[in-house]
Design a protein around this ligand. Structure first.
Ligand SMILES: [Mn+2]
Length: 191
């Protein structure tokens, strides 16, 4: 976000798939992987009102982060919300929040948003997250509207089994790139 935002004329929205809010200022007195959205939404053209976090509900969602989310009035969709609405409606609502008055949208995919059974190669696995096909569908629906950037985070190869976590991460990137091409947002498509 810090690299991209200065090059966008206008606001940048953020769609974040995760089990964790990762928006507290510091964790154990440091900036670390529980803190990026605090600092991202301090960027002048990345307002918190355009941050939408989808799939939240892991055990490791510290109260400090929830308090910041409330103060800054970000949007949180729990995994229960997503399940109740269905992936299509959840993606539609996420797009609405992120694109509200924004010029571009950035996508962050934390692999631990997927159920722990599918992604052993991550530092804080969480039971009860997305199924892989649900996450891929969510990413596809978001990417259809165009993106200024994407990241996949929290893949930890030393913990992985049969590369299954890395494969899902690679698949997510490949699918998003393919969607951007087929929808005319990236490169040229003969159709
Ligand atoms: Mn996470």
């Amino acid at each position: 976000m810090r690299g991209i935002a200065p090059h966008i004329e206008g606001n940048v929205g953020i769609i974040h798939l995760d089990r964790h809010v990762d928006i507290q200022e510091k964790d154990m007195d440091e900036r670390m992987h529980t803190t990026p959205w605090f600092h991202a939404t301090n960027i002048p053209n990345a307002p918190p009102k355009n941050l939408v976090q989808c799939g939240i509900g892991g055990w490791q969602v510290p109260r400090a982060g929830v308090q910041v989310a409330r103060e800054r009035e970000t949007t949180i969709m729990t995994i229960g919300d997503v399940e109740a609405m269905g992936i299509e409606k959840a993606a539609e609502m996420a797009l609405e929040v992120a694109w509200d008055g924004a010029e571009a949208v950035y996508l962050s995919f934390d692999i631990d948003s997927v159920d722990a059974g599918f992604v052993p190669g991550t530092g804080w696995p969480e039971p009860g997250g997305y199924l892989p096909r649900e996450a891929l569908k969510f990413l596809h629906l978001v990417a259809k509207e165009g993106l200024c950037g994407m990241e996949v985070v929290e893949v930890s190869p030393p913990y992985d089994i049969s590369d299954s976590t890395a494969l899902l991460a690679a698949r997510a990137v490949a699918d998003v790139l393919a969607t951007l091409v087929s929808e005319g947002h990236l490169g040229k498509h003969p159709a």
